[in-house]
Design a protein around this ligand. Structure first.
Ligand code: SF4
Length: 318
């Protein structure tokens, strides 16, 4: 950024930022892209997940981490040599009872450690509202660390916030329309990085559609309302994204024929929350699917077919 009246010339190019298409990408992509482009920066996004990426991620990770983290590491690895800095945000919480899974808090350190000998450089912003770092401060600090002035960083953050809110509103409206169809409807409750993932989540949506079922994403919901509604089901759950899904189920349970819980193996929060959902919503047919480093989808297809048959039987369509 140049000061007014500055006559200097700089040949160093603005760094290109790599955005891994995994974990927070689906949730924050519009925000990130608008923020960096407002600052005049360029970004590059990793390709949709494929088998090779998952192999790379699994190779880099220890066995115990969840599938979503393995996929993330594969995306990070695929960006090497294509950008100067890879964005790896560190998000701890958005306030009281609004925590992120610990993976999001440790992600930057984990990535730096796993890829410590590669020479790749990473970029982080930190959100920790309980620790005094709001989302705005996190982004403004990021902009300033990249060499921009405070005013420009604040302007970029606000512009990005507006773009993200507008985009989210459109996505929710599209999803809301699906609840009004007469076909069999299934609410799919999974973290956005699973439901949106080309290799892991999308096939499930395609199978359902091929079977004449309308899948609706529980994560595409009015988040504030979902957080409010989640308290009616459980006042103690503290993970932000689990609470959003829980609230969404509470808001939409009477509008759908069935519910699919989609998780990554081994997910700590989901293993507890899904058990609770199964107990708290006894009136709705539920299918619990745990995704692993799958090589084939035959098992998944069979389970979806059986579940769909049950829903059809219930509606007298079989
Ligand atoms: S919530 Fe589960 S799937 Fe998501 S990052 Fe945490 S452990 Fe992994």
């Amino acid at each position: 950024m140049k000061e007014k009246g500055n006559t200097a010339a700089v040949t160093a190019r603005t760094p290109v930022i790599g955005l891994p298409r995994a974990l927070l990408y689906e949730r924050e992509a519009v925000m990130w892209k608008a923020f960096f482009s407002s600052l005049g920066m360029r970004g590059i996004i990793s390709a949709p997940t494929n088998r090779e990426m998952l192999r790379l991620g699994a190779e880099a990770a220890i066995d115990e981490v969840c599938l979503s983290t393995k996929i993330y590491l594969g995306h990070v690895r695929s960006l090497f040599g294509k950008c100067d800095l890879i964005l790896v945000p560190r998000v701890s919480n958005y306030g009281l009872h609004r925590n992120m899974c610990t993976k999001f808090e440790s992600l930057y350190d984990l990535v730096c450690n796993v890829f410590r000998n590669t020479g790749q450089r990473f970029l982080a912003y930190n959100v920790d509202v309980l620790g005094g770092i709001s989302e705005e401060k996190a982004f403004v600090d990021l902009g300033m660390a990249l060499g921009f002035g405070r005013k420009d960083a604040v302007r970029a953050f606000r512009r990005a916030g507006r773009a993200a809110a507008e985009d989210w509103h459109k996505k929710i409206s599209r999803e809301e329309r699906l609840y009004r169809t007469d076909q069999i409807k299934v609410l799919v409750a999974g973290h956005s990085y699973l439901t949106e993932d080309a290799y892991i989540g999308r096939p499930l949506f395609q199978y359902l559609e091929e079977m004449g079922v309308v899948p609706i994403r529980a994560d595409r919901v009015d988040r504030k309302e979902a957080l409010r509604q989640s308290v009616r089901v459980s006042p103690t759950i503290k993970w932000e994204m689990s609470r959003e899904l829980l609230g969404s189920i509470q808001m939409h349970k009477s509008k759908v024929d069935g519910l699919i819980l989609m998780s990554a193996f081994p997910c700590g929060p989901d293993s507890m929350v899904n058990e609770m959902i199964i107990r708290k919503f006894p009136d709705i047919p539920i299918l619990n699917i745990v995704m692993d480093n799958q090589d084939g989808t035959a098992g998944l297809e069979t389970r979806l077919e059986s579940f769909t048959d049950i829903l059809k039987l219930k509606r007298g369509e079989l």
